[in-house]
Design a protein around this ligand. Structure first.
Ligand SMILES: [Zn+2]
Length: 394
């Protein structure tokens, strides 16, 4: 079974591409999923020889050809200066057997959102959600498509894996100090991030949907949740079934995402197109793959543009990992890989990571991807070796 590992550019630049490749091959990893465009992040780097932490605003780790872009252009990472980390790493790995995938997060960018507030998600009350760009917005679609095309044309990578190129929602994945002193629950999180920008509204009107009624339902649902009129445990699908205009409004988003992914696939040409199924939450709050519709993902339809998916099964219980892989395999007709978080708070021992890898392999995962090279301690890298060995015996 093939195994991959996620990496931030500084993980590899600081240690040197060849040294990293040697170490990865030693533990059985043959692919690196390298962040090329990412959300804001602060990492703890336990075994980095140059630094123990790194903060990056939402940014790109290559020098874009700005002539390819429209309103939105990739934000070059400030620390990188004139360098091109993607090219450096690709060159460094070229002489090794380790292949390189682009890990591309196009629309989760508080920096783009601040610069281009008209392109962000707009909640039912009309507030801009600065951390997320709306995939219905033509400028956002142009940006995503140009980004994918440039990454493919540069020739640095062997495949492109995307994350959060769909309808994100909720409170923004904790990128800043948040003061949410009301328990939103699943329904509140969903409605709070449901986009009512002019483009989403126009798509729905074209489909014959009563947008005002839909929006009123979303506002009422949130206000009732704020005041405790409905439980934080309210089932989203069940509640939507009682609000048919809003349910139909939510449904129109699927075609928006599928069309965009078709465009991405076209721009990638022969490069494999992978997508991460990440439904939000960690541990017991984590949602399974069956919630993918909340992001506007129509997994059946996406079997066409996608070459594979990676389920981010970040849960300490191996039976949840197994169910996630099985569910994904039942919903989409492409190979299903699994992403395992090889560190705190999901994994606290070699045995727990091994059990997760075994469960994923038993459920039919075709590849293991581990999170992540620079952010777990040396000890956990050895656990990854054990997990790969264990999965290979399944
Ligand atoms: Zn929108």
């Amino acid at each position: 079974m093939n195994a991959a590992i996620w990496a931030h550019p500084w993980d590899i630049i600081d240690e040197g591409s060849e040294a990293v490749a040697e170490r990865l091959l030693d533990i059985g990893i043959t692919e690196v999923n390298l962040a090329t465009t990412m959300h804001s992040v602060q990492t703890l780097n336990p075994h980095n020889p140059e630094r123990k932490t790194f903060f990056a605003d939402a940014s790109a780790y290559f020098q874009p050809d700005e002539s390819r872009y429209g309103e939105l252009v990739p934000d070059v990472n400030e620390t990188m200066g004139d360098a091109d980390w993607l090219a450096e790493i690709a060159n460094g790995l070229e002489t090794t057997p380790v292949s390189l995938n682009s890990w591309t997060v196009p629309f989760h960018s508080s920096k783009q959102g601040r610069r281009h507030p008209q392109t962000t998600l707009e909640n039912p009350f009309g507030d801009s959600l600065v951390w997320g760009l709306c995939p219905s917005n033509p400028d956002v679609r142009e940006y995503g498509t140009a980004l994918v095309a440039e990454l493919a044309d540069r020739g640095d990578v062997d495949g492109i894996e995307m994350e959060l190129a769909d309808f994100q929602y909720g409170t923004g994945y904790g990128w800043h100090h948040q003061e949410f002193f009301t328990r939103l629950g699943g329904l509140g999180e969903f409605l709070f991030g449901l986009c009512f920008c002019e483009h989403c509204q126009a798509n729905a009107r074209e489909a014959g949907i009563d947008v005002e009624t839909a929006r009123e339902s979303a506002r009422n649902g949130l206000e009732m949740r704020f005041e405790g009129g409905i439980s934080h445990r309210t089932d989203v699908a069940g509640w939507l079934a009682e609000h048919p205009s809003l349910a139909r409004y939510v449904g129109t988003r699927k075609a928006v995402v599928t069309d965009l992914f078709d465009e991405f696939a076209e721009q990638m040409g022969a490069l494999p197109f992978g997508y991460y199924l990440k439904m939000g939450g960690l541990g017991d709050d984590r949602m399974g793959v069956e919630h993918s519709w909340k992001h506007g993902l129509d997994l059946d339809a996406l079997s066409e543009p996608l070459d594979y998916v990676t389920v981010l099964a970040y849960h300490s219980d191996p039976t949840v990992v197994r169910d996630d892989v099985r569910t994904a395999r039942s919903l989409i007709d492409v190979p299903v890989n699994v992403g395992l978080l090889a560190g705190h708070p999901i994994v606290d021992s070699r045995a727990s990571l091994v059990a997760q890898a075994e469960a994923a392999a038993e459920a039919g995962a075709e590849k293991l991807s581990f999170y992540g090279y620079g952010v777990v301690p040396e000890r956990n890298i050895e656990w990854i070796r054990a997990a790969i060995d264990a999965a290979a015996r399944i």
